[in-house]
Design a binder for this molecule. Sequence first.
Ligand code: GLN
Length: 200
Amino acid sequence: MSTGSLRIGVLALQGDTREHLAALREAGVDAITVRRRSELDSVDALIIPGGESTTMTHLLREFELLEPLRARLAEGMPAYGSCAGMILLASEILDAGSVGREAAPLKAMDMTVRRNAFGRQVDSFEGDIEFEGLDDPVHAVFIRAPWVERVGPDVKVLARADGHIVAVRQGRVLATAFHPEITGDRRVHRLFVDIVTGNA
Ligand code: GLN
């Protein structure tokens, strides 16, 4: 598939949707917001933005998107999640939130993610980290960020911060605990587009 014929959605229930749309458009992709079932059905791939995973879970249920999204991911739709999006893509979430208001795993990647893991130490920090496959380090911004505590055998670790896993890929699913969408560096989005088109 060529980049020009691609349509990638950004889940737009809550969070930093606009920044992801801009990053995708700069990468030459037709990017749309996804709030409805028909929009979800029309995209080749989906980004789940940063925000608040418990609120997004609540809204996914309200908008009747939770099960359709799980189904599309189970069928192999490529996806990228940043921060809250990483949490939701996991198969298991630790510290998922208060009872009745937990973040629900979409189970697109075989990994255990701890929500607000860095947040317990420091709310927000940034730094340059090595990212597998990219020549120069990525400037990574962490905001009440999760980390990955366990990965399954098919998950490739792409980056670590302070020894903790913060970027992963399993097949056509990518996740970062940080927010490349807000730094203007488009390499992670370009990597995702290459994953979707089968060029990475
Ligand atoms: N702590 C948030 C959550 O639990 C994630 C923070 C973020 O996306 N910047 O969803």
